[in-house]
Design a protein around this ligand. Sequence first.
Ligand code: TRP
Length: 569
Amino acid sequence: MSAPVSPDREKWSSRLGFILAAAGSAIGLGSIWRFPYITGENGGGAFVLVYLLCVMAVGIPVMICEIAMGRHTQRNPLGCFRRLTPPASLLAHAVGTGLLLTAVALLCFSAWGWAATALCLGALVFWQSWRVVGLMGILAGFLILSYYSVIGGWAIAYMGKAAKAGLSFETVVEAQVAFKGFKENVGLVVFCHFLFMLLCTGIVYSGVQRGIERACTLMVPLLFIIMAILILRAVTLPGARAGVSFCFTPSFKELTGRSVLIALGHAFFTLSLGMGAMITYGSYLGRQDNIFAASVWITVLDTLVSVLACLMIFPAVFAMGFAPGEGPGLVFQVVPAVFHRLPAGILWGTLFFLLLSVAALASGISLLEVVTAYLVDERGWVRKRAALATGAVTFAMGCLTAVSLDDWKALPALEQLLVTGFGSARSSFFDMIDNLTCNWMLPLGGLFICLFVGWVWGTRHAVDEIRQGAGNFGDVHLFTLMAGLQEDSAHNAGTHPLTLASLWGVFVRFVCPVAILVTFLHAIGLIQVPPQAHDAVDDPPAARSAPHPASLPPSVVPQETSPQEPATR
Ligand code: TRP
């Protein structure tokens, strides 16, 4: 089942270029913003360990699936599923039938909105079969970018403010008030969102090699340099030790089932899985490159940044006497107050928000590229036109997010529609899109990607794809050997059950789907796992100005109904 390759399709110029671009996609607000605060809320070191396990058990196997699918078909997510979907798939029919039956059941409960959604989805699955997963990925890319770029814009604005000494807050409460005021300044928020989208569009417009690869080759090393500087500053502060040991001393009594599910959900988002970003980036990868090793590298780089982000933030937070379990406000509300207390605070604050902006930008371009690649591959548009159109529409959609950050005041008709159709609306449009994409579309996308590779395309075909190029990665030859993926060996998953390749097959067919399904059911509130029995962290000795989460602005307050906090990934 080898797909013909269009000769003029763009390619990464080198495997390092691919790894840096994919790592750029993975390293983003998820790693630098969300990971530190969920670590802070879930007890530090033990959570980091659980997260590492989730990444190895689910993150890497799913990433290998996506890259292998992309490289095999050399297509965007929709084109990829189009090429690999068999004429009739029993599993797709089963899913379609399940959705139609669910629609009938929902109708009986008069849940009109949900019933209509299930009905449409069921019909779509019968009509498009597995291609629906590709379509959903493209839609998710567009939706995620529309609010991701608003947060990217915040980072840019805060960088500007920090440079102009505009972040001089004595207390976290002061920083909170300023943050709320900033978000209400719609003109400024929209302007910064525009700047962010302009940068994203400019990079994607310039092409895969000249745009994305070049930008990421610059940005990813820059990220590491800035982090190194900030970590050096943080860990050399008097009193930083408590923060370092907070990050690395596992305390298992604070871990709950809920923390494990949060770790798994986070692994998915931070590795850019579940919507075809890695399918798209994998589609520009040459046959001679090693997919297994590349996936390990991308994951290692992303995880390294996540852990380093903790090491950059917590020592300074502890040294300055703040509490680590501050929740989503950690980056925009606690960190500015922390830096203000340091000598040369302007420099550290500016560097920190530069870091955040660059990380968000490298992720944003991967989201934009998914939609652009679809328009180029499937609709025959030229890249420049596709990038500009996608950028413009995403900007418009993001404006809706920007005007409704805290509530529905700006979009009352939509709120009314949601309440009538679905029984309730989230606290804002921003939260609704965040919930829809991260709690529904990404886990479902990931689940179906695993099921597709494991049971429809088949792990054997996937291993054939992965094996190509497996011998050409001298620097990580060890992985290759361990994986039993040597290009010219007669080994395969069936005859050598103990190789990593067959282990991967077992994970993709059984372990990952079950783990993702449980995380999904938890995220949408169908499985209730008790939260931490007690406060996850002891306050540091001189903790002060610690706000209760309820005092945070609505859009950064964790929702009771969803453990996946809004606006935080
Ligand atoms: N991984 C990025 C982060 O951690 C966000 C991101 C970029 C993403 N592309 C994605 C998330 C694709 C899901 C799917 O911030």
